[in-house]
Write a protein that binds this ligand. Structure first.
Ligand code: SF4
Length: 271
């Protein structure tokens, strides 16, 4: 039997179906299942768990060091980092999911690299060191830098100088990844610092499309000029601190939105 629906009723039905498809939790079952779902309440419980992570301050947040991942962009953040200002994170559960997804992808990529660069490759003995800290290197100590590279590939061959390559992984959604035609300047500056401290001549970028599981690799040489510019920036931050001054605010809606120093800095003052 064909059932005919009048227009308003059809619209309501379609609207309700669309809303149903937007829900994060769909109940299939009886009244008892409804009670159990209310008890489990996964959406709110996970959101709370992730929101609470905004209150966690890690040792690296207050170690008084400059971290390569935060050296590009607003230099005022470096002043606060040097002063060991306690950040109040503003990441929230949605962006926190994105970050943690990125961390898991890093773990996966580093595990692959560890297996691939482990032994003889075309006459070169290769090793891969994941999460290699740079803080104890001479340059890092000289310029008050701390952090870890995603990886260092070392290729050695008798009679030749060893070849060192920094590995830097970045995960991206498909829309961002499609627009990646070369490594982003802030990523180059970050990896260039690891290269300087660890004496690497090259950087291998791995932009990983987390929606479609694809890579874009780029090999970039170490830039002494960029390293000089980084040193100049860090030196200026330190010199200003000695004079009792902070670097100026560099307001950007994107950067300020998730900046842990937002409440201290009050970027809207923008002076
Ligand atoms: S809130 Fe904005 S201007 Fe202030 S330190 Fe953070 S990024 Fe810089």
């Amino acid at each position: 039997m064909e059932v005919s629906l009048d227009a308003p009723f059809t619209e309501l039905l379609l609207l309700s179906m669309a809303l149903e498809s937007l829900r994060e939790v769909t109940l299939i079952g009886d009244k008892m299942s409804d009670d159990i779902l209310g008890l489990l309440d996964p959406v709110n419980r996970i959101n709370k768990l992730l929101d609470a992570q905004d209150d966690v301050v890690q040792q690296r947040d207050i170690d008084g060091k400059y971290h390569p991942s935060g050296i590009s962009g607003c230099a005022r953040k470096l002043s606060y980092a040097w002063l060991k200002e306690r950040p109040k994170h503003r990441i929230g559960n949605s962006l926190r999911r994105t970050f943690q997804h990125g961390h898991s992808i890093h773990d996966m990529l580093q595990a692959w690299m560890t297996k691939v660069y482990n032994g003889d490759i075309d006459g070169y003995w290769t090793t891969f060191s994941a999460e290699l800290p740079i803080g104890s290197t001479e340059l890092a100590q000289q310029y008050n830098i701390a952090g870890s590279t995603d990886g260092l590939i070392t290729l050695t061959c008798e009679g030749k100088d060893p070849i060192k390559v920094i590995y830097e992984a970045k995960s991206a959604s498909v829309s961002s990844w499609n627009n990646v035609g070369s490594p982003m300047p802030k990523h180059i500056e970050q990896a260039n610092i690891y290269a300087a401290c660890l004496g690497a001549e090259h950087i291998l970028f791995d932009y990983y499309n987390k929606s479609a599981d694809k890579h874009k690799y780029f090999l970039v040489p170490f830039s002494p000029e960029l390293w000089d510019a980084t040193i100049a920036k860090l030196t200026l931050v330190t010199e200003k601190i000695v004079l009792g001054e902070l670097m100026p605010r560099e307001h950007s809606s994107f950067e300020c939105r998730s900046c842990g120093y937002y409440y201290t800095c009050k970027p809207e003052l923008n002076t």
